[in-house]
Design a binder for this molecule. Structure first.
Ligand code: HEC
Length: 201
């Protein structure tokens, strides 16, 4: 009796595991995007536990601006990606559907007691996100959470100049698909090996 209960539960467990692998083609990952009403992205509050790709400092995206000429306060830009998509990229050099990125902007401060000239990060001032999602016309969607909105509406290409710029810049200047892999050193190496860099990189 006890033995048959055990073997039945083992059988159920095996079936559940096998069927979830078979149905989705790969083990179910639940770290992708969460939407409300289909197109409003819920801010992924655990993104600080995701895979960290890199930090940029004062990355003004303006080609005309001479190096070091910015008068705006400098910001750090930290990039995170959901862990299961990061693992997939390490194997293939491509992003699977559902890949979610967070770009976090933090103020830079200097003149700390222990280091007068070094720069370190302080308050978060803005959060942006980007999702590879085949439901959207371009296959990618961009979101702006401002300083701390809990929900962000998908940026429609025709909705305003700011959004058109997200897509345009992430199409014309990116090294892999719509992403700036040229600035993420560990990924750049993988993309080179897998031959997934766009021509010109
Ligand atoms: C003029 C160019 C430009 C525009 C416009 C732009 N970005 Fe980016 N974006 C970048 C660069 C360069 C990076 C590389 C990371 C960094 O800044 O340190 C980046 C990185 C990102 C990332 C991290 C993943 C990746 O693609 O590498 C997200 C998320 C992101 N941007 C969202 C947005 C959103 C949302 C908008 C529009 C509201 C936007 N971006 C507009 C240039 C741009």
């Amino acid at each position: 009796m006890r033995k048959s209960t055990v073997s039945l539960s083992v059988a159920c467990l095996t079936f559940a595991t096998v069927s979830s692998v078979v149905l989705s083609g790969q083990p179910a990952a639940n770290d992708g995007p969460r939407y409300e009403n289909g197109t409003h992205l819920v801010r992924p509050d655990d993104y600080r536990e995701w895979t960290f790709l890199s930090s940029g400092l004062a990355m003004a995206y303006n080609e005309d601006q001479p190096a070091g000429a910015s008068t705006r306060p400098q910001l750090f830009q930290n990039v995170f990606v959901n862990p299961s998509s990061h693992r997939a990229f390490m194997e293939t050099g491509r992003w699977p559907d559902g890949t979610t990125f967070v770009l976090e902007f933090r103020r830079a401060a200097t003149d700390a007691e222990i280091s007068r000239t070094g720069r370190f990060q302080t308050d978060r001032v803005m959060l942006e996100a980007e999702v590879k999602d085949a439901r959207f016309p371009d296959g990618w969607a961009f979101f702006n959470f401002g300083q701390d909105d809990a929900l962000a509406e998908v940026a429609e290409p025709l909705a305003g100049a700011q959004v058109a710029r997200c897509i345009e810049c992430h199409t014309e200047h990116t090294a892999v698909e719509r992403t700036f892999v040229q600035f993420y050193p560990t990924l750049l190496e993988v993309a080179r090996q897998k031959g997934t860099l766009k021509p010109g990189f």
